[in-house]
Ligand binder design. Sequence first.
Ligand code: NAD
Length: 364
Amino acid sequence: MNRIKVHLERKYSASYDIHIGRGILDRLALILSKNGWGSRYFIVTDAVVSQLHGDRVADVLGRTGLAVERLDLPAGETSKNIQTCVNVAEQLAQRGADRTSALIALGGGVVGDVTGFVASIFMRGIPHVQVPTTLLAQVDSSIGGKTGVDVPSAKNMLGTFCQPRAVFIDIDFLETLPAREFTNGLAEIVKYGMIEDPDLLEDLTSGMEALDRRDKRFLETIISRSCRIKKTIVEIDETERGLRRILNFGHTVGHALEAESSYALSHGESVALGMNAATVLSERLGYLSAEDREHMLSVIRHMGLPDRIPAGLDTEGIMARLKRDKKKAGESIHFVLLKRPGMPFVNGGVPLELVRETIEAMKT
Ligand code: NAD
């Protein structure tokens, strides 16, 4: 069992703990009882997670005397919109939730982002706790307080910064995670390796057999390392004014691909393609050696993540989405590029034409 503290005292939010381990639901119940963040708890989850784990989580919490109710969303990215948030808020209002109520996000990044967003605006803000159940959410989206939902033309256009009161990462949830979703989460871990900890790339590659077996000890180590990297960056720059932007490595092209594919490409797959694009651009702009780019591409392939953009995706459609991205400035796009593995920087002047050529060259 690992406990990692996110220190935010001097910033906008209170510090909180990330609890990481196996079978830690009892600990969740204990800490909720002890801290009294809510007089009533609403577990927000999706239909898939609710079916697999909802009863167990509600039972454990209920046994400690906590008042717990459940609220199910349809599963998947298409739920990550403002209408879902309105529905959740309406359900909360109908069930008599008030400012003493608290939310528990039980699910992947979609549930986490929607729940955090609703918690930040329901009655001008109520507490929430993150209980991530996908690998991606355990290493990334549950930490750091970025919340948000999509609008039809772009991802995460509506959102807030709202830190959870605590994060509980129970590795046992990963037992039921489908293989594609597991691989999806590896993309964000690869990202940490590329921007911050090149040794992590080596450990992932040499630990592939343990990953395939979903060895819990190995997973706990890798998840804890990832959480430490993210929390350190968030502590320095909670609201993404500077350093935190490096966490968007691979996400500029990634978000455009994800939306352009109508979410047929998952978030992790899109980020893997985006990371590949960012390393190609880094090389073409003279920052990264061909050898380093090849090495990073080989890690992406080794993890079973895609490296080619589906030919059916329209390049102009992808470009149009890039131009609407939050990271755009004039005729250039802000990209996180690399000088070396572990040495990222934000480049504000990548010409759109070079991005177009790179996308075309990456097509199958
Ligand atoms: P997701 O939440 O859609 O979950 C993927 C699928 O796995 C869903 O069908 C879900 O029902 C299912 N699932 C979840 N847990 C399961 C389990 N234990 N067993 C079986 N099935 C399970 O997707 P995701 O990949 O977790 O998250 C992607 C989202 O996260 C994207 O919207 C992305 O923008 C967001 N994100 C946010 C941040 C942030 O900082 N807020 C960071 C990275 C990604």
